[in-house]
Design a protein around this ligand. Structure first.
Ligand SMILES: [Zn+2]
Length: 327
């Protein structure tokens, strides 16, 4: 009995030491896997600014930007939320983020947007022509359509209150009908306004194994000047589906060039998770900018959203025909 208080005391000491060592290890790991934003900005030749009122840091290069808030583990890149391994933190008047976020998320977008990938496939080969066999129907061909965002995740919000998630769904629904009319089997990740995590979307793609995947988004930039469309593919050029993704992206881009007045911002690479982690040919289309007045006016008309759906369908169809010829 007389040992009992001693034991309790020892136990308490152990627990307390244990906790603080663990905390120390956590901080140690974090500090060794962190990079200050000033270094990130320097390495990416980007601008770093600090918004005192909002207590947020901005990294900006041309039309691209990221927003970082100390104590928050979400970084916004082009308005898209990415989760970091640990929250950003302030130390010696510097904001630090995980090195992994810099390498995987920031570097890929800020680096590849300036890199021209046109030379990888000869361009004329991937042009949509008037004679692109509109009469040919899809046979045994499935497409997964992924309308970006949904539910509590609104995506970008335009000055007039238009929410990206709603237009994404509208374009996706139109695209789904067009593809089905042409005989394709369609999987849609969400057909209504509800929240779906990226993990759920990726699992959906990898379970259903469609012949291709198109994720639909609308863009947003800090500068209202940025306008036009972009077609994104994964940076993983070693994946089996890389060349197919690139081909699909080029056909969709060609359809946009031909049939819309939108500025062409080209085919670009990024590690957006939906296209990076799905094991099927995948592209992400940023149809236009909600933050640009002309683009917003244009995409607010139903007939133009129908046109966007039609362009994406045309691109998928040209890809289908090209693949069939190759077989
Ligand atoms: Zn989006």
């Amino acid at each position: 009995m007389s040992h009992f208080p001693c034991l309790i005391f020892l136990l308490l000491v152990c627990l307390l030491c244990g906790c603080s060592t663990e905390k120390k290890i956590d901080t140690y790991i974090q500090e060794n896997n962190s990079i200050p934003l000033s270094q990130v900005a320097q390495e990416l030749s980007a601008n770093l600014s600090w918004d005192v009122a909002e207590h947020k840091a901005y990294i900006q290069k041309e039309d691209y930007y990221a927003v970082i808030q100390p104590k928050n583990d979400i970084i916004l890149i082009q308005g898209e939320p990415y989760r970091m391994d640990f929250p950003a933190y302030l130390k010696n008047r510097e904001v630090y983020i995980p090195v992994r976020t810099y390498l995987q998320d920031l570097k890929s977008i800020f680096f590849y947007q300036v890199k021209n990938i046109e030379e990888e496939i000869p361009e004329p080969f991937y042009k949509i022509e008037n004679s692109s066999h509109p009469e040919v129907l899809f046979q045994e061909f499935s497409v997964m359509i992924d309308p970006g965002h949904g539910g509590k995740d609104t995506g970008a919000i335009a000055k007039n209150g238009t929410q990206e998630k709603n237009f994404n769904l509208d374009i996706a629904t139109r695209l789904s009908l067009l593809l089905q009319e042409k005989g394709a089997k369609v999987f849609i990740s969400r057909n209504q306004d509800y929240f779906l995590s990226l993990d759920q979307r990726i699992a959906f793609a990898n379970q259903n194994r469609p012949d291709c995947l198109v994720s639909i988004h609308l863009n947003s930039a800090l500068t209202p000047k940025a306008s036009g469309f972009e077609v994104w593919i994964s940076t993983n050029s070693k994946s089996r589906q890389y060349s197919s993704s690139l081909m699909l992206a080029k056909f969709i881009r060609s359809a946009f060039q031909k049939n819309t007045p939108l500025a062409d911002r080209g085919v670009r690479k990024n590690a957006f998770r939906i296209i990076h982690e799905s094991h099927v040919p995948s592209v992400l289309v940023e149809c236009c900018f909600l933050s640009n007045k002309q683009d917003l006016e244009w995409v607010s008309k139903e007939e133009q959203r129908q046109k966007l759906a039609h362009c994406i369908m045309q691109g998928i169809h040209a890809y289908y025909i090209h693949r069939k010829k190759k077989k």
